[in-house]
Write a protein that binds this ligand. Sequence first.
Ligand code: ADP
Ligand code: MG
Length: 650
Amino acid sequence: MGKINVLGFEIANLIAAGEVVDRPASVLKELLENAVDAGGSHIVAEIRHGGVSAIRVSDDGCGMTAEDLPVAIRRHATSKIKDAEDLAAIMTLGFRGEALAAISAVSDITIVTKTQDAPMGTMLVAKGGEVTELCEVGAAEGTTVLVENLFAHVPARRKFLKKDATEAMACAALVEKVAMSHPEISFRFLIDGKVKFSTAGDGEVKNVLYALYGRDFASRLLKVEGEVDGVTVGGYVGRSDNSHGNRNMQNVFINGRFVKSKTVMAALERAYTSYMAPERFPVCALYLELDPAHVDVNVHPAKLEVRFSDEKKIFEGVYWAVRAALEQSTSRPEMTVGKQLSWNKPPATAAFVPVEKGPAPTQIKIPPMVQKPQEERREPMATAPTLTPTASIELLNKLHTPRDQAPLPTGTLGSPDELKPMESRPVVKETPKEVPTVVAPAQEEPYQASAPGAIIPEYRYVGQAFNTYLFVEVEGELLVIDQHAAHERILFEEMLSRQKREGRVGSQGLLLPITVTLPPTEMGVAREGRGELEAIGFTYECRDATLSITSIPDALTPKEASDMLKGILGEMVEGTGTPAATESVRREKALYQIACKAAIKGGRIYGEAQLIHLIEQVLSLPDITVCPHGRPIAYRLTKKELDKQFDRIK
Ligand code: ADP
Ligand code: MG
């Protein structure tokens, strides 16, 4: 007797259903993608009991004709591809013609739809894949799909469902992504009758982020804009004071589609290296546009991971665009005190009012649920603190390739001539021309990150504690500065701007060259990477397997310098060919290391004049939030908080 059975239609459907539909969120995903594909401009999604008892999606898109509707729930029924050639060119979201079939196989489904031309709408009801009703109904243009009793007939699957609240959260996360990928469409999402969020559909990404994550989040964003080699990168990233404890708020869209990309994440996080504490994660809504031929989106609709034909180009595109946004942000430092306080109080101008004009086609009623008509409306969004326009990627690239470029007239981050006074700070004072300098160990020249004449707010130095922390009263607040972290950051900025200006950091010649013996691979990169290493203060000669180092960064001791050089050469060897190890990234990392070694050490005693100079530099630099290693450098306490501590106010 033969062992192979040809599976019946229904069983085949159930198996397919398992692939596409494994939980409420995946049903919702398919329905939303269909609604988007149908060209709707207002989409309403609603779930009950985590989506298990009901999921409803309504759109005002093209609708289906009476003939097409029953076909739509059959397997491999799709209006989106006819042959294999179409598959390659597909740009719509759904493309396997399987979703509705799969969903209807495991639930009770009701679809009401009407095209523009049809005088009447059509309604289809199917239970467990069997059509039980098909009739004409009065309906608005567009489509509403109601999915009920999900997995009611598939106990095996039902068992794997998590608590309603967990499923609801997965649904919400999904609708968020879809809403972010289509800022031009207004989405409304309801859980058990309560509006969770509602986006305006005005095409503004920022308004979507506001609607999803709230005012505080939306006011701490930096705009990203850049283009490298046909890869356009846009959207928003969080300021360094707007971070997250995991990667869940890293939203990446490629050609309008939400994806997961290790390369994009790596580039994003790399760009934040000196802007964020290591245990925190940047948040973003980044939109990449590139030739679809260069993206390999896995054909399985449930997989989100993508690959690119040129990962390095993507890495560079994202890295530079995000970096530019961070460096261009000249907002005052957000010195955080555990909880986040904004230094820039955003003006209370309403720049966003949620739009409520959707047709909200609700022909299908979800039966016996408690309706809470009262919508949770967010307050109008205040305009975020001014975001400086981002520089072009080309300009930034130039700034980061100092060796063979003519010095540019203006520096970037930390460059004194770009520091502008904050408007909100009327009391200013000039830094005294003659300032005592803090001389770092092994450092000959006084460092000067802020120019004489840099405008700083009026402040009062209160004192030092534990030989480590400096207390400064400034504008009604008490700043607590970690002197080591602050110094490190200032040295780093100084070196970076000097490198940009002069092509290299300060370097000291050695009377006796240090010789090190290296394996051939490292000698190879030493020969090729000469320019790169000179930019960070190293010169050397190569003979066979020995390198004799003739000059080193002037902030380092010879021992520190040779160890560091060996480390860098090792990294260069490892990094050959990998996108993450770009020259500029390595160079910056090297500068951190130098800065760290050169910085005054917390715990040592320094003269007050030196400390005051340090404070003035901290106050004069833009966006000094964290040290080059990403540790916070300052912490601020408002008078109000102190008053609260002592029960002066409630
Ligand atoms: P696919 O989206 O891969 O084509 P589906 O099973 O999701 O497969 O949908 C089958 C077909 O039903 C679609 O190709 C489309 O023609 C039609 N359809 C589904 N949902 C909608 C909708 N909301 N509006 C208009 N047509 C729809
Ligand atoms: Mg589909």
